[in-house]
Design a protein around this ligand. Structure first.
Ligand code: ZN
Length: 486
């Protein structure tokens, strides 16, 4: 990695001069003296990458290439006035390069050899499968942001809000480009849990509502705190989606060149030595196929049964139609007759009438409309967003949702009251009745000493509470109110 030192006043001039550098490099590569590197057998050749004022140079480990690299850097320095900063530059060898060659090339280059690439743009550049230790910095950061002293000054609602914002800010960035080990995510989860329930250094508090419930979507009884494993998947789907829609990014070409093999035919997709990122994308691929939907063009790519093309939710294979075996691979374009209309005479024999009715409202594919286009559901634009992906993944995992939860989050009061009501609805308040069940004291109410202190007793039935409610409630509604159950 070469780090040039330039005039900080002129970033634009810098960009222009780096453009010139690219020309010089291309010219030398043309002569064959600088042999660039290739990612995999089919990947692109790479000689250099630039980002802001960083320059990464790639080449085969030969003295000839190194001579050419030095020449290019010297020529460029002389032309532009930029100097190489040897303190900030280093050289990194592939593990296949032997020690003696390393010594020769390091000396020739003038750069120190390094065996780690360190962090680049805040993310560890590993060149191998990430391990838990690589992410200790992440755990430390979360720990620091959710320090115990903060929890003592906040309500439950406040602690939930802070935990949410910290989690959305810290781990998401590295999550965008690599799968973070599950055990690391679990540690971060644990820090959040302890913070939310106000655990001290030594003393653990009661975690009243299970983590599983808290991290459910809001309409299912959670508080909208995100599950980190789902979040990581949603972030990585962004990269997977870019490959799926065929964006020709350099990183995509590198990944496909290195690991792609039989990717087009969905043949052999991974081997044990593949990068963790590639394995993650392959793992998430079927999920993306399940979520994605289609904007109909010429109908040549869309499977009539297995793809979503009617409304973004529905697949015909799920409507209970009797699919003849020879029809499984039908594409949309096969369903159009010579009058450019759907083949309703044939379809009405195999599809339910309700579907036929809906198809009347959909324009059949037509070659004039260009290629079929992939659409990511959940956003009006049809473009992929991590937010929409997270929602799809999370909603996919939950069995039941209830309107009660949404009603709670819509009550027009302070957030901490809504969180209190949410807690009540879960039936989780640390009452004496509950404590007594755990053999922690007597179950009786501290105020009236007559009844067991249940949740309903605390908030409604204790004589003190009754008095308050009588002030607040209209005569008409009182009967129902005092008879209702939670
Ligand atoms: Zn009482």
């Amino acid at each position: 990695m070469w780090h040039p030192q330039g005039d900080p006043m002129s970033p634009y001039l810098f960009v222009l001069s780096m453009d010139k550098l690219t020309h010089i490099i291309s010219d030398v590569i043309e002569t064959g003296r600088w042999k660039p590197m290739r990612a995999g057998r089919n990947g692109p050749w790479i000689s250099h990458l630039m980002f802001v004022d960083d320059l990464l140079i790639f080449g085969q480990a030969t003295t000839e290439t190194m001579t050419a690299v030095r020449e290019v850097l010297d020529t460029f320095s002389a032309m532009s006035g930029h100097k190489v900063n040897y303190d900030k530059s280093s050289i990194f060898f592939s593990e296949n390069v032997c020690t003696s060659l390393r010594t020769i090339l390091s000396a020739q280059s003038g750069f120190k050899e390094t065996n780690t690439l360190g962090n680049y743009l805040g993310v560890p550049a590993l060149g191998r499968t990430p391990r838990v230790n690589d992410f200790n910095y992440l755990i430390e950061k979360v720990k620091k942001s959710l320090a115990g002293w903060k929890s003592k000054q906040l309500s439950l609602a406040g602690r939930i809000t802070l935990a949410k914002s910290v989690i959305q800010a810290i781990p998401v960035y590295p999550m965008m480009s690599m799968p973070i080990p599950k055990s690391c995510l679990y540690k971060i989860d644990k820090i959040q849990r302890a913070f939310i329930w106000g655990d001290g250094e030594e003393k653990k508090k009661m975690h009243l509502i299970s983590w599983n419930k808290i991290t459910m979507p809001k309409h299912c009884g959670g508080v909208g705190l995100r599950r980190l494993d789902y979040m990581n998947d949603a972030c990585l789907m962004k990269m997977g989606w870019s490959l799926m829609v065929g964006e020709h990014s350099l990183w995509g070409q590198v990944l496909l060149g290195k690991h792609g093999r039989e990717f087009e035919t969905r043949g052999k997709l991974t081997s044990p030595n593949d990068s963790a990122l590639w394995k993650a994308i392959v793992r998430l691929w079927p999920k993306m196929e399940e979520f994605r939907c289609w904007n109909i063009g010429d109908g040549s790519r869309v499977n009539f049964w297995k793809d979503k093309w009617i409304d973004g939710q529905l697949r015909l294979i799920d409507v209970g139609a009797n699919v003849p075996p020879e029809a499984r691979d039908w594409k949309l374009k096969d369903m159009v007759n010579e009058r450019e209309d759907w083949k309703f005479d044939m379809l009405s024999n195999i599809l339910p009438p309700a579907i036929i009715l809906r198809m009347h409202a959909i324009l059949p594919p037509n070659t004039r409309d260009g290629a079929d286009k992939l659409i990511w559901p959940g956003e009006n634009s049809g473009r992929f967003t991590v937010h929409a992906a997270y929602k799809l993944i999370a909603n996919n995992q939950v069995a039941e949702s209830s309107t009660v939860w949404n009603q709670i989050w819509r009550i027009n009061v302070m957030e901490r009251i809504r969180v209190f009501v949410w807690q009540l609805k879960h039936g989780r308040l640390l009452t004496r009745q509950w404590l007594a069940r755990m053999k922690l004291g007597e179950p009786y109410c501290d105020n009236c000493y007559q009844f067991e202190e249940s949740i309903l007793h605390v908030i409604r039935d204790c004589p003190i509470a009754v008095q308050t409610w009588q002030h607040l409630l209209h005569n008409n509604g009182r009967g129902d109110f005092f008879l209702a159950q939670l």
